[in-house]
Design a protein around this ligand. Structure first.
Ligand SMILES: *Cc1c(COP(=O)(O)O)cnc(C)c1O
Length: 399
């Protein structure tokens, strides 16, 4: 429980955490089945079932389970053809994992700023960047400023809302770039009727503890391309050519999910519709109660989107509210409620100082103002009301 809380945040009983797993279905029964049968490691019936069921839910021909979402991203980028010293366009506003996955290959992220309405990578900035820096030469797209090949674009559906992938596709269409989708936060979301995870050429999910569906830790890759799925499976299983003679065709990875983890995942997936409904009802309740507070900006849902509302995030305009997002966070913390800012934007990250960025001014403002509110699936209406009261109080107490 304690690692769910940021340092200094309320771990005491009666506190309201930001986002904790909902383990109240068949998880125990399925894990017991693993232990009773001895199927505890990286092959087993629950791994197959988890892959099959997730593929069916998102409408993919196949799915490849991985040890984490980060591992899924690493392999998806490799499968999409990203190589050392290539560049990958991606949002500046996201958790760091997808940027790290690019660096694992020895490739370089280029961070593109977010648009303020839905907080996703701004397709207009992508278009401008390619106009400024892109050069089509010898059948490939090059970054004129760095001399590197731009090999892919990664969209990350942050906070549960899908990216405007048609606009992104239009921006990169002249250059034939593969689109890798990090749908880790958007499981259950839809874009113009299409399921998140299926919006690009290859999609990735994470089942870490704070995601909509958890396996403790884990991930998944989905793609239409059968050859890509086969290659992903090969790379995640040590690139094994001959299981008897231990022949390995290249340097692969031990990135498989275990049967025990998949067992938890199968139990979680059974409740996915209910989980999404809960997230959406939290969003509706927050929106209804906080909409009238001047200076707060609520989460939007585009008319082309069905959001999973993974983590409900408001913006606090300090000039209008008289308090900053961090003041509101501190007030909530004092009353036992855990709230959190968004991620340090990646163009500011010490881990990625060597990478280029484009159009990130708006992103800096968003991050300064943003505050994520408790959004656990199991958050009760009474707890929600406590959060709402505390936010209203924090703003009312402004000097
Ligand atoms: C959580 C997260 C990941 C990383 O997933 P892990 O399973 O923790 O490796 C990747 N991308 C995004 C957008 C995430 O939120």
């Amino acid at each position: 429980m304690s690692e769910k809380f940021a340092p200094g945040a309320p771990a005491a009983a009666g506190g309201i955490p930001l986002s904790v797993p909902e383990i109240s279905g068949r998880e125990w029964a399925y894990v017991k089945e693993c232990l009773d049968t001895g199927w505890v490691s990286s092959v087993g019936p629950f791994v197959d079932r988890f892959e099959r069921e997730l593929a069916a839910i998102v409408g993919a021909p196949d799915a490849v389970a991985t040890a984490s979402g980060t591992a899924a991203l690493h392999v998806a980028l490799l499968v999409a053809g990203v190589q050392a010293n290539d560049e990958v366009l991606m949002p500046a506003l996201t958790f760091i994992a997808p940027a790290n996955a690019v660096r694992y290959i020895g490739a370089w992220p280029v961070f593109i700023g977010a648009e303020p309405r839905y907080l996703q990578m701004d397709p207009e900035r992508v278009r401008e960047f390619l106009q400024d820096a892109g050069e089509w030469r010898g059948g490939a797209l090059w970054n004129r400023r760095t001399g590197r090949r731009i090999a892919a674009i990664m969209v990350v559906d942050v906070l549960g809302h899908p990216s405007d992938v048609d606009a992104i596709r239009a921006a990169v269409a002249p250059f034939d770039l593969p689109i890798v989708e990090d749908a880790t936060e958007s499981l259950g979301a839809r874009y113009k009727g299409a399921n998140a995870g299926r919006l690009g050429d290859i999609g990735c999910f994470s089942f870490n503890g704070n995601k909509l569906v958890t396996t403790g830790g884990g991930g998944m890759i989905v793609t239409d391309r059968i050859d890509w799925a086969r290659r992903a499976r090969y790379l995640t299983t040590q690139a094994k050519d001959d299981p008897v003679e231990f022949v390995h065709g290249e340097v692969g990875f031990n990135y498989r999910l275990t049967n025990v983890q998949a067992a938890i995942g199968c139990a979680q997936l059974e409740r996915l519709p209910e989980f999404i409904q809960q997230k959406r009802s939290h969003a509706a309740a927050y929106a209804a109660a906080l909409g009238a507070v001047p200076g707060l900006t609520l989460m939007n849902e585009a008319d082309w989107a069905f959001s999973a509302f993974w983590l409900y995030t408001i913006r606090v305009d300090e000039a209008r509210c008289g308090v900053s997002s961090r003041d509101v966070m501190a007030h909530l913390g004092r009353t036992g409620i855990q709230a959190r800012p968004l991620w340090q934007p990646l163009h500011r990250s010490p881990a990625h100082v060597a990478s280029e960025s484009y159009g990130c001014d708006e992103t800096d403002l968003i991050v300064r103002e943003a505050l994520s509110l408790p959004s656990s699936v199991g958050l009760t209406p009474a707890s929600r009301a406590r959060v709402i009261d505390a936010v209203v109080e924090a703003v009312a107490a402004a000097p």
